[in-house]
Write a protein that binds this ligand. Structure first.
Ligand SMILES: C[S@@+](CC[C@H](N)C(=O)[O-])C[C@H]1O[C@@H](n2cnc3c(N)ncnc32)[C@H](O)[C@@H]1O
Length: 276
């Protein structure tokens, strides 16, 4: 593993909470239905069935929580950004949603049969702590599943965004340094992290989802307004640089046009582990 950057944990955590608190409505409108393309994989991986006690960590607006509840699971959702939790409660009033930190779960040990974390792990300044917390609240034999983006160049969507920023802008921006976005896209890193938390690997595999956009402008709106750190990558560029970046993204998106839409592969790594 390459050396991890030095991180001010509390500064980064506050930054993420701020990003997702401000982006909550746009996240629901632009990103949530796309991250939800992983839901069926997570439900199957964790064996969703009636009565299963399920904790959905970093639940955002709650689409995965709702999908697990629809399969009869007894679901609790948790997110650090209060506006996300408000959206989830509003949309799914029958499910219990809490505001809380993935790295310090507000639950007794051995309370859940399944813990999910869909695209949350890359946002935690101390992911090992979040994985240890997931293991703590699971019953022995309970399962944990999390997802993270596969890194560019294996990930054409992320490659499109990052190559445009690298070519025309800068990654040297005034934001608190955070953990590497694609660390848990690496299967070896996933296996190492769950093993260190005392869990055994059930499976680690790449899931080839595609993100569909009505237009290239829809990509720009999704990235700029419906994400956390990624959106700040655009927001904090100079206007001139931002224009060039946006032009490059629009031009690059043309290669992915299909039947009047833009369809871009955005593969993710799914890790499933069992508490022994
Ligand atoms: C990319 S969104 C994923 C949301 C949802 N799981 C989905 O698939 O759409 C990341 C979520 O992680 C939440 N988050 C970030 N840091 C967190 C932390 N330390 N504890 C709990 N949630 C956190 C954010 O508020 C945001 O809702």
């Amino acid at each position: 593993m390459t050396a991890l950057p030095a991180i001010d944990h509390s500064a980064f955590k506050a930054f993420e909470r701020d990003c997702y608190s401000h982006a909550a409505n746009d996240y629901l409108d632009h990103a949530a239905r796309r991250t939800a393309t992983l839901n069926a994989h997570l439900l199957d991986a964790l064996g969703a069935e009636p009565g299963l006690r399920w904790l959905d960590v970093a639940c955002g607006p709650g689409l995965l929580s709702a999908a697990a509840a629809a399969r009869g699971c007894k679901v609790t959702g948790l997110d650090y950004a209060e506006p996300m939790v408000e959206l989830a409660r509003e949309a799914f009033p029958a499910i219990s949603f809490d505001v809380g930190d993935a790295e310090a779960l507000p639950f007794e040990s051995e309370q859940f049969d399944a813990v999910s974390c869909n695209f949350g792990i890359l946002h935690f300044p101390h992911p090992e702590q979040a994985i240890a917390e997931a293991a703590r609240v699971l019953v022995p034999g309970g399962k944990y599943a999390f997802t993270c983006w596969a890194p560019p160049p294996r990930n054409p969507f992320m490659a499109l965004i990052f190559s445009a920023v690298q070519e025309h802008g800068t990654l040297d921006l005034p934001v608190p340094p955070g953990p590497p976005l694609f660390r848990f896209g690496d299967p070896d890193e996933c296996a190492r992290a769950v093993s260190e938390a005392g869990m055994e690997v059930v499976e680690i595999r790449e899931v080839c989802i595609e993100w569909e956009f009505a237009s290239a402008d829809d990509i720009l709106t999704t990235v700029a307004r419906g994400t956390g750190r990624l959106g700040r990558l655009l927001d904090l560029q100079t206007p001139a640089r931002r224009q060039l970046i946006e032009q490059a993204i629009v031009a690059g998106a043309e290669a992915h046009e299909r039947d009047g839409h833009i369809v871009i592969p955005a593969p993710a790594t799914l890790t499933v582990a069992r508490r022994t």
